[in-house]
Design a protein around this ligand. Sequence first.
Ligand SMILES: Cc1cc2nc3c(=O)[nH]c(=O)nc-3n(C[C@H](O)[C@H](O)[C@H](O)COP(=O)(O)OP(=O)(O)OC[C@H]3O[C@@H](n4cnc5c(N)ncnc54)[C@H](O)[C@@H]3O)c2cc1C
Ligand code: SF4
Length: 339
Amino acid sequence: MMRLPWFRYEAPRTVAEAARILAAEGPNAMLIAGGTDLLPNMKRRHQTPGILVSLRHIEPLKKTANGNGLTLGAGLTLSEIVNTPTIRANYAGLYQAAAQVATVHLRNSGTIGGNLCLDTRCTYYNQNYEWRKAIDFCMKKDGETCWVATASKRCVAVTSTDTAPALIALGANVRLVSSGGERDVALADFYNNDGMEYLTRRSDEVLTEVVLPDLSGWKSTYWKLRRRGSFDFPVLGVGAAVKFAADGTVEDARLVLGAAASRPVVTKAGELLRGKKLTDEVIAEAAETIASRAKPMDNTDLEVYWRKQVAPAFIGYALKEVRGDDMRNTRLRIARHAL
Ligand SMILES: Cc1cc2nc3c(=O)[nH]c(=O)nc-3n(C[C@H](O)[C@H](O)[C@H](O)COP(=O)(O)OP(=O)(O)OC[C@H]3O[C@@H](n4cnc5c(N)ncnc54)[C@H](O)[C@@H]3O)c2cc1C
Ligand code: SF4
């Protein structure tokens, strides 16, 4: 049985208090929201903070605000996101992504803030301590060498959050609060292409809100490739949002790939699709071009060459769905492994 290491537990009631503890304790303190990623990681000794600062009792983090767009508290659970009718109606990509994270039980605890800060994943890292010790560990934790790319100076562990690609496609910003003040960051800039330093967040900052713009005229979706249709981390995620003119021409488009690098990959979909109608030919050509630029590594589930081969199909499904095609049967086929 894997046991948690010892830690001190703090349960502040305000963001200011949480930020104060982070500032005073430095990297020895970590935030915990639902704990669905952090606690298993601590059991495997990926992270061993001396102090856990819980966000569970901070009520403002659980609020939703409608205005010119939508503001989501970082402490909302993924189930709360999935069960919010406005999100399903106006931000379908976020709804789809949140609904496909893990299982119902995990979504009942796991939060949107925790999902955006999710640790990167790798076959050589997501193992217990003894397994990792047997290969002399790796650069991301306790070791020197990257076993995926032995000459690499950079860890290439993979971003595995489902909601980040969907939210970047939706043009989301996040608010970060520390004892020194607060700042708003485009979610696309919240990530580094580095499996170890994968966030641009400082260790003393609390992610408090996700801010979505008004997206009238846009349609969005999220498609996910994974081994098991019931639950599994993504080995490819496709977040897409397209704005159409009255005649069906694309005015603007954003398409973001998840699980294809250490950070979500923002593609050139806008350049490729603006001014065009989403015909089958346009979709096929754009999907091939976008997929050809993704360079996934062989350090997640499923065979890397096969993942590359199916990438254009998944990009195509996303674009067809925002075009208005009924893709429910395709989704069902994928969930049942009948690709
Ligand atoms: C079996 C299993 C399957 C899973 N499948 C998926 C999947 O398919 N897709 C997916 O995306 N995830 C998956 N997960 C991971 C996890 O359940 C979700 O990502 C969840 O949303 C994490 O949220 P949390 O609140 O539990 O985060 P926590 O575990 O509490 O925290 C995760 C990280 O975020 C930091 N953090 C949390 N909140 C904040 C904040 N407000 N500000 C700054 N930092 C913060 C923590 O310090 C920690 O580093 C799975 C987990 C398990 C165990
Ligand atoms: S990519 Fe390399 S350094 Fe990073 S977790 Fe995997 S093996 Fe370790």
